[in-house]
Ligand binder design. Sequence first.
Ligand code: G6Q
Length: 547
Amino acid sequence: MPAATQPLTARPAWKALEAHHQKVRSVHLRTLFAEDATRGERLTVEAVGLFLDYSKNRVTDETVKLLVQLADESSLRGRIDAMFRGDKINITENRAVLHTALRAPRGAAITVDGANIVPKVHAVLDRMADFANRVRGGAWVGHTGKRIRAIVNIGIGGSDLGPVMAYEALKAYSDRTLNFRFVSNVDSTDFVEATRDLDPAETLFIVSSKTFTTQETMTNAQSARDWSLRGLGGDPRAVARHFAAVSTNAAKVAEFGIDTANMFEFWDWVGGRYSMLSAIGLSTMLAIGPDHFRAMLDGAHELDEHYRTAPFDKNLPALMGLLTLWYADFFGVQTVAVLPYEQYLKRFPAYLQQMIMESNGKYVTLDGTRVPCDTSPVYWGEPGTNGQHSFYQLIHQGTRLIPCDFIAFVETLNPLGRHHDLLLANVFAQAEALAFGKTADEVKADGTPDWLVPHRVFEGNRPSTMILAQKLTPATLGKLVALYEHAVFTQSCIWNIDAFDQWGVELGKVLAQRIVPELEGKDEPRLGHDSSTNNLIRRCRKAKSRG
Ligand code: G6Q
């Protein structure tokens, strides 16, 4: 039987990795480095301007060889080709998965259902650029003739996290005369706080929703419409000057009252969490301008080409995906920390949380059977150095193994005295401390009293990966996004799961729809939930009527 058709845990490479794990699991990184003076230079890969140092991971050359063998036995190459080609690999929704087409150069050809989609992608990009130039240049004015000064993106999940992250990440490249806000939560506080100091005459809302049916977004969009019209004298024609939409659903956009001339389209082959480089990035383009936006697309495309063509042992996303799988499935690792040493990347971990956990947080394989091993670990993180003064304690001396991804840049966008050297010194020091720790003998040699020694020992052997780039630019951000997207895809191919659906978010949505009238209705509803849910609903109804 060819390996790919064998159950994952029966494949020769999986069996070999199990046996190999027994041999290496207690080998210390100190030993691995002591035995190979070149390890820190050898176990690195540099491509498309990203330098990946994976030498401080608990791997040997044999581990990498076996992981690559597992990728081969899982037909990773064929699956990558199928994704790029536009095969309908999102089988539970019968959709192609072509976020890579969003950054394909003009002139490329990618066919979906018999039509080349690349010209459509560029037509939308051109319309976005024209709109962005008009708003940024002041040619587009509001209903009363005033220039737009504030842009509020309304969206949630994939229609929010990418735009927020990219805006924060690329603030240095943004037009500082424009004020950007992001409203996602159905909690009214989000909308009220985001708009409290804005002038409706100068505010443009972008309603970003693939489906244009999402409860939170449509509720916020309605409140935005009311807020605008209230502030602009109630003339419904004002909507056309103060609202744009990003959606796949033209009918719903028109039904909401937004002129479809102000609608920017994307397609069902772009997953929500993979959509920040589609028209969902309109707020990003408004902030940084079309040229920087295109540079971001080009960066992502470079990484796409690298992923598509590089051998897996020299392939940045493939290696990153495989390393995490090694920890998740063989070391039983439950969580991974992403720690950018770059303040502008403060929302990058939150963005990755959705991309990774909504994609690979699955227990059902493409065949509908249960996966035979663990799938995605939990991702979390904060920028360094702040985290060092908070949760790093647990990473250094806690009982769990938490692999870390460090992201650092040689240059800062804001040179100021010694700050950047201190920042870099810290990120390198953390990776070193995690890997090598500090032995009891070393602690004693410092003159530490015996009783205190155990507290001051660092076991080390805590793995980390260092991603180093020259400088945070739009192109670099595009590369980082594509790097993680493809690392996620790599894992999903091995686990044989659908990384592009998200059925796990549906049940709660449906139940909420049922509870809304039970909370709002005048008459006491007949409640048919469990006793806890019934009690919570009754309690709120009573408290509201007293309130
Ligand atoms: C992402 C998910 C989800 C989605 C939101 C918003 O992959 O599908 O996070 O982006 O639920 O959906 P709409 O864009 O349709 O409003």
